[in-house]
Ligand binder design. Structure first.
Ligand code: IVH
Length: 698
């Protein structure tokens, strides 16, 4: 799991001698932040153990000081903040969390408490794998999927029905089954949406080729996908569902009879399976605690062979009547718990640190490891990110290192076995040269973690640029994947992007290459020709300018309209465009200043690639709000503040933080406070969101 280290460092680790009430407030604040980071941002700032530890401390402090318990304490409600973009809807039964256990004693304690709750009556347990994904509630009425909600804060979740409908395995209408003589049509199913490891790795590879930020693990990618506003985009990312819970809805529908009752978790899973739901795999009924331990032990090792991420087992009392009898305390049911497996670790020798030069010239240090088997695969390389990462870990060539594979699929170097370090070993110094045959200098730009090779003729960069340009998310040229590009570059057929569009002149040379038959060559040339239809935005994105991903390319295309205008743009103009920071502006200006790059864009234009934005460019148009200063206050009816700000800036206006005589308009929404008073005092014109839209329409 990727932790945001800066926040993590700020967390209080030990109890300082302070009053219980202060410590309680401190713990609540930290837990709330951790909840938001985990549930809303999908960017955890601490691991589960740490969280549980702090949570337990808070529970104990509150138990000892009940007068300090307030309704907003994390112990008094299901935690987290739902995302803002989607409609927020209440769960008609809260989605609870699970208490975590980490060892046999804790499992035995749990079973003991269950025994006490059931007055020592016999009980069976249903054991599942714990899927590491995003929890989901699906509501079916009359056998039809009517709503999908995320867990959110457990009490309310986001309506992401449109996105969930795109998951192929989610039944939109169920195959009817009978329950106590009546068809089962009105119910809620809960399960985990997740992504398979292979799909995750493939999507991340595509993102890497496209120069986009990588997702840390399948769970984050799943959460990010479910948050996409455009359901069509969701279909491009293969999501899966694993169901593990069924609940009846009591609607006034004739079909749901009062006799319908659920008897056991095992029966429920059978019913769901019969109705066509994709079920959690490998679950089974355990007749006693020893059987539960057998399940836990079996999957501790076998989980390595699974095609998806699991971080533990979930154990549930099988009888629904017993579940009801046991009930819940706070946000935890008393009838279920999770058993968490430890992240898989291994020790191996770091033979050397090599450098990998990416398409923009960034030199990424890579750990060359003595091959070691870990959680189902053999690991011989792992990224060391950058010079800062190496320095913070003080990892040195020749060290014995710890490799970890948590919920992230991607193995990482997590530590050094300092005791086994050679006495003569020296801290790693980042090389001053790239290491390829051209021996180019590496430079570190002020304020950045990365070292760069600035040599335009660098073979790794050339290949990286060509691969990026041809990749699926950019120009989408089928037939020119990394292997083909390596082969053509080696044969001298490709050096620059423009060469791609001259390949048809070299058909004979192409055919002379190994594995290139007539059909393959013709298909490839046709795909190249077809790619000329790609938009100006894609072409811009494909050029491989540092920090210019697809989003930035879109902003640039929309603002400047033509390649020519971009060539002419100065840093100041570039950085004044909303969404373009100074670092990006300077990278763009640098790129366009180079004579070689100017030639490249001219060649591409002559070869027939799009050099104009397909819509209406904004630069140069005089709008009614050109140069006017706005202050935004209160809650706007439909737009978020950031959106309003972006809109104003795109149309040439400025947005300030406080009202003064220089303010032209105050854009006010509901509950506008002192800024509105100030505007009235100074006689500044106050407008509504609707007025703003009317101004844009002009
Ligand atoms: S049962 C009241 N079964 O774990 C019981 N949860 O830590 C409800 N999870 O929010 C959950 N696999 O997202 C259950 N087989 C499984 C699960 C599972 C993953 C997640 C779920 C839940 C979280 C609780």
């Amino acid at each position: 799991m990727q932790l945001q280290s800066s926040l993590f460092e700020q967390l209080p680790q030990a109890i300082s001698p302070r009053s219980p009430s202060e410590r309680i407030e401190e713990l609540r604040a930290v837990l709330r932040r951790a909840d938001i980071a985990y549930y809303t941002d999908a960017m955890p700032i601490m691991d589960d153990r740490e969280y549980d530890h702090l949570y337990d401390e808070l529970v104990q402090l509150e138990a000892a000081n009940p007068h300090f318990i307030t309704p907003d304490s994390p112990t008094q409600r299901v935690s987290g903040q739902p995302m803002k973009e989607f409609q927020n809807i209440a769960h008609d039964e809260p989605m609870l969390s699970l208490q975590n256990t980490y060892n046999r004693e804790e499992v035995q304690d749990f079973d003991r408490r269950v025994g006490e709750g059931l007055e020592q009556r016999a009980r069976e347990y249903w054991c599942d794998l714990k899927y590491d994904g995003v929890a989901m509630s699906l509501r079916y009425e009359n056998g039809i999927l009517v709503r999908a909600l995320t867990r959110g804060d457990g009490t309310t979740g986001d309506d992401i029905t449109q996105n969930v409908r795109t998951i192929a395995t989610v039944p939109l209408r169920v195959q009817p089954v009978m329950l106590n003589g009546a068809p089962l049509l009105d119910f809620e199913v809960r399960g985990e949406v997740y992504m398979r490891n292979d799909d995750f790795l493939r999507l991340n590879e595509e993102r890497e080729a496209a120069g986009e930020k990588l997702y840390a693990n399948p769970r984050n990618l799943t959460a990010g996908t479910l948050k996409l506003q455009d359901a069509r985009e969701v279909t491009k990312r293969p999501l899966q569902l694993a169901c593990y819970f069924l609940r009846l809805l009591r609607l006034d529908s004739a079909a749901t009879t009062a006799q319908q009752t659920l008897l056991s978790q095992a029966d429920n899973m059978r019913l769901l399976k019969e109705m066509g739901f994709p079920m959690a795999q490998h679950s089974r009924l355990c007749i006693d605690l020893n059987d539960v331990f057998a399940f836990i032990d079996e999957w501790e090792t076998r989980r390595e062979t699974l095609p998806f991420q699991t971080d533990g087992a979930v154990v549930k009392v099988n009888s629904i009547a017993q579940q009801t009898e046991l009930g819940a305390v706070g946000r935890f049911p008393r009838w279920a718990f999770a058993y968490k497996y430890e992240a898989k670790k291994a020790r191996t020798r770091l033979n050397a640190i090599s450098l990998q030069i990416g398409r923009t010239g960034v030199a990424t240090p890579v750990a060359e490891l003595a091959p070691i088997a870990l959680a189902g695969s053999t690991i011989s390389r792992a990224t060391l990110h950058n010079a800062d990462f190496i320095r913070d870990l003080d990892v040195r060539e020749g060290d014995m290192v710890i490799i970890e594979k948590g919920g992230d699929v991607i193995p990482k170097v997590s530590g050094v076995v300092a005791e086994e370090r050679d006495a003569a070993s020296q801290p790693y110094t980042f090389p001053s040269e790239c290491g390829c045959a051209f021996r180019q200098p590496l430079k570190r730009i002020e304020g950045e973690a990365a070292y760069y090779c600035e040599f335009a003729g660098c073979p790794s960069q050339i290949r990286g640029r060509l691969t990026h340009f041809c990749s699926r998310t950019v120009m989408d040229i089928e037939g020119l994947g990394d292997k083909a590009i390596d082969q053509l570059a080696e044969a001298g057929l490709l050096t620059t992007i423009a060469d791609i569009y001259r390949l048809h002149e070299k058909r004979a040379q192409l055919l002379a290459l190994e594995r290139w038959g007539e059909k393959k060559a013709d298909n490839c040339l046709a795909a190249i020709e077809e790619s000329k239809k790609q938009s100006f935005t894609k072409v811009l994105f494909g050029l491989g300018v540092r920090f210019v991903g697809e989003e930035t390319a879109k902003i640039l295309a929309e603002h400047f309209g033509t390649m020519e205008k971009l060539h002419e743009a100065r840093i100041e103009e570039l950085s004044s465009v909303f969404g373009i920071g100074e670092r990006t502006a300077s990278a763009i200006a640098n790129w366009f200043q180079s004579e070689q790059n100017r030639r490249l864009t001219q060649e591409l234009a002559a070869l027939g690639l799009a050099m104009h934005y397909e819509g209406q460019a904004l630069a140069g148009i005089v709008t009614p709000i050109q140069g006017k200063t706005f202050v935004i206050t209160g809650t706007l009816p439909t737009m978020k503040r950031d959106e309003a700000k972006e809109l104003i800036q795109r149309y040439g206006g400025k947005v300030a933080g406080s009202v003064s005589k220089k303010t032209d308009f105050v854009l006010a929404g509901e509950e506008a406070g002192s800024k509105l008073d100030k505007a009235q005092e100074l006689g500044v014109q106050v407008i509504s969101e609707e007025d703003l839209k009317a101004m844009m329409a002009q």
